[in-house]
Design a protein around this ligand. Structure first.
Ligand SMILES: [Cu+2]
Length: 162
């Protein structure tokens, strides 16, 4: 019986390129996922799971420019006719990682909007219609703070950290 010959593994040029490309992809994903855990008011990654908050910028003919949320984890306030909380007041506990997922859903005017919380170095870009941005911060101090849109002074709400 003929012994089956084992073919030695040969590294060809194409394989080398494919492995290098794969390594680059893995490194890039790793870089961005570690970076995403660095809060806006910190320099080191925070690996504890964040509390997620979803905030939309919108416009209604009656209310003007507003922030609204439809997933009120820890958010309270007056609801509009479609059940969303307008310019919600957030209550957060001190010491945790908070992640704000902010999206511009201003279908009416297509204006740009942003989200800022000065005390925690949270500043999104000016987002165009249907753009979104996620910013994390650590609630490292207690107090009442304001979040706001720098383009529309009427867009503002409170964050209470206790
Ligand atoms: Cu705005």
């Amino acid at each position: 019986m003929k012994k089956k010959e084992k073919r030695p593994y040969r590294m060809t040029r194409n394989k080398a390129i494919a492995y290098a490309a794969l390594a680059a992809v893995v490194a890039t994903i790793g870089y961005f996922s570690i970076n995403a855990t660095i809060p806006a008011n910190g320099t080191a990654p925070v690996l504890s799971p964040p509390l997620n908050h979803f905030l939309k910028a919108t416009h209604t003919s009656k209310g003007g420019y507003l922030y609204v949320t439809t997933s009120p984890g820890g958010a309270k306030g007056i609801r509009n006719t479609s059940g969303a909380i307008v310019n919600p007041t957030y209550t957060m506990s001190k010491g945790g990682l908070q992640t704000m997922h902010f999206i511009n859903e201003d279908y009416d005017t297509h204006s740009a909007h942003n989200l800022n919380i000065d005390e925690f170095n949270v500043h999104t870009r000016d987002l165009g219609y249907f753009e979104s941005q996620t910013v994390s911060f650590v609630t490292d101090k207690a107090g009442t703070f304001q979040y706001y849109c720098s383009i529309h002074p009427e867009m503002k709400g409170e964050i209470i950290i206790e």
